[in-house]
Design a protein around this ligand. Structure first.
Ligand SMILES: [Zn+2]
Length: 176
């Protein structure tokens, strides 16, 4: 909800950056608020502010509207599908890591079913890696680089690498 939407609901008239609205409280305004006593505006810190010049409190106004304080927040409490998905992914990753541990344990304590639990563990590990890569993409890039380095080392051997790299890489620079 924005201040403009709330103001429309309260027959507000725009005056500068604020709306002069009919206050919905009936305690102070027995026959409805003919004077447009309620000022509604959006503050710099992203809240909808309410002020009734007759003296109704914010809680009274909210109660009359059937709203909660959090409904006046322009950003903080607004549902963010991206965050919600991330929270779900994090919960799922936690669960997968827990299951991963259990599968490893099962391999150790149930030797006759070791192959089964090893397959389960592999399956969980693949899912966990995919989710981890999605949640922490930078870590994924770092691990890919490490894997690539390991591959090069295992393929060429350290000595060959040493020989084909320019020696300037290993020289210590002395700067004044
Ligand atoms: Zn009022």
């Amino acid at each position: 909800m924005t201040a403009s939407e709330l103001a429309r609901q309260l027959h507000g008239k725009k005056a500068g950056k604020r709306w002069q609205c009919r206050c919905p409280c009936t305690t102070m305004h027995h026959n409805g608020d003919r004077n447009r006593s309620l000022s509604v505006w959006e503050s710099e810190d992203n809240w909808i502010r309410l002020h009734c010049f007759t003296g109704c409190t914010r809680d009274e106004i909210l109660a009359a509207l059937g709203l909660k304080v959090r409904d006046l927040a322009l950003n903080e409490f607004r549902r963010n599908p991206e965050w919600e998905q991330r929270r779900r992914d994090e919960d799922r990753l936690k669960l997968l890591e827990h299951q991963h541990g259990l599968a490893i344990m099962a391999q150790a304590v149930i030797p006759e079913e070791r192959n089964y639990w090893a397959a389960v563990e592999r399956n969980i590990a693949i899912k966990g890696r995919a989710l981890r890569g999605k949640l922490y993409p930078e870590e994924k890039i770092r691990r890919e680089k490490e894997r690539e380095l390991q591959r090069i080392i295992s393929e060429y051997g350290f000595e060959e690498l040493w020989n084909c790299l320019p020696q300037s890489v290993f020289e210590v620079k002395h700067e004044n």
